[in-house]
Write a protein that binds this ligand. Structure first.
Ligand SMILES: NC(=O)c1ccc[n+]([C@@H]2O[C@H](COP(=O)([O-])OP(=O)(O)OC[C@H]3O[C@@H](n4cnc5c(N)ncnc54)[C@H](OP(=O)(O)O)[C@@H]3O)[C@@H](O)[C@H]2O)c1
Length: 326
């Protein structure tokens, strides 16, 4: 393997632009190739982000022998087939969230990576934010005592377009998979797997959830109160309440640059901005894993992604959300 990690990107949409922008900040990475369904789009993208190769098919990129790792940036519904394609061509994969539409897909993807001894990770950039490192340090030090509850919301007003990724059921639209994943991620990170899940949703005319309200309960009675919506711009903040204090992750909590510790009547503010647009931290994690020959990240192991999608599946079943792949 070359000293620098050679990246490829599949699906040149909105998130690919952010990712490619941050990739330029890395000293251990090279954007080697990009792939789109359109040659013109790939050529323009490659020129803008200094990629050596521009492909008009995802498979052609996966066949490029100089690529070490491929970032899958297509809509949710394609993550499964795109990831399997890359793994089967011997490439490591960083797959956008959610890793798959359901736990069965994610399990198959993980099995494929493990059987080939290839690196695989879900692109939950949140896990690698400096603010989350601090939150985990505060929790480990029992600064707020035992956790009693987690409150987190994620909402924005998305223009209704039945064909768009957010609303189209064939593209696994809805708030839960797109942004509800983040409050669930936080609850899983700090409280683990819930024993009981209650959830209710408002559905769109395209039969995906536009609003999902979740209440999770844990073995010692801890609670997580979580919400996602694509029809209201909500504060998008998170709170972790404990027996000795609270931590607030400021808007937008999934890439918070500020956290506040509330304890003994005092407020302590920590300013912990991320570098670049925020994707550089997950990029450096992948670079380090690949250069060290690791097949998964210790910070975001595959078991975490499996647990995450299993919780999402339980919420889907509560709200009656079913995609064709389910
Ligand atoms: N981590 C984050 O902060 C974050 C933020 C936003 C989104 N995401 C995730 O990233 C993924 C992509 O989101 P996005 O907002 O970038 O999506 P997008 O712009 O709508 O589409 C991404 C790209 O996927 C490719 N694609 C392949 N088949 C397609 C089809 N049938 N319909 C539409 N596009 C198709 C297209 O690329 P080509 O035309 O080049 O082939 C398209 O430009 C989602 O799974 C989402 O959850 C993550």
């Amino acid at each position: 393997m070359s000293k620098k990690v050679h990246w490829g990107i599949i699906g040149l949409g909105k998130i690919a632009i952010n990712f490619a922008t941050d990739l330029q900040l890395s000293e251990t990475a090279i954007l080697h190739g990009v792939a789109s369904r359109s040659q013109k789009k790939a050529t323009i993208f490659a020129k803008k982000y200094n990629a050596n190769k521009a492909y008009d098919s995802y498979e052609a990129l996966a066949n490029d022998p100089e690529i070490d790792v491929i970032y899958i940036a297509t809509p949710h519904v394609f993550h499964y087939e795109n990831t399997l394609l890359c793994l089967q061509k011997g490439k490591a994969v960083l797959c956008e969230k959610p890793m798959g539409i359901n736990s069965k897909q994610v399990q198959t993807m993980i099995q494929e990576a493990k059987s080939r001894k290839l690196f695989l990770m879900e692109a939950i950039w949140t896990r690698f934010m400096p603010s989350y490192k601090k939150v985990l340090e505060l929790l480990d030090a029992q600064t707020i005592g035992d956790i009693i509850s987690v409150h987190a919301d994620f909402g924005f007003l998305g223009k209704f377009d039945p064909e768009s990724r957010l609303y189209n059921k064939d593209l696994a639209g809805g708030s839960l998979l797109d942004i509800g994943l983040y409050p669930i991620f936080l609850s899983l990170l700090v409280l683990g797997i819930p024993t009981d899940i209650k959830a209710m949703a408002r559905m769109t005319e395209t039969d995906v959830d536009s609003f999902c309200s979740m209440l999770f309960s844990y073995k010692n009675g801890e609670k997580a109160i979580l919400e996602s919506t694509i029809e209201v711009d909500t504060p998008t903040e998170a709170f972790i309440h404990g027996t000795k204090g609270s931590i607030k992750l400021h808007r937008r909590f999934h890439h918070a640059g500020t956290i506040t510790l509330y304890k003994d009547g005092q407020e302590t503010i920590f300013e912990l901005p991320h570098a670049g647009i925020g994707y550089i931290h997950e990029i450096e994690e992948v670079n380090a894993c690949i250069l060290n020959g690791e097949t998964e990240s210790e910070k975001l192991p595959l078991e975490f992604s499996q647990n995450l999608i299993e919780i999402i599946d339980r919420v889907k079943s509560e709200i009656g959300l079913k995609y064709s792949a389910d």
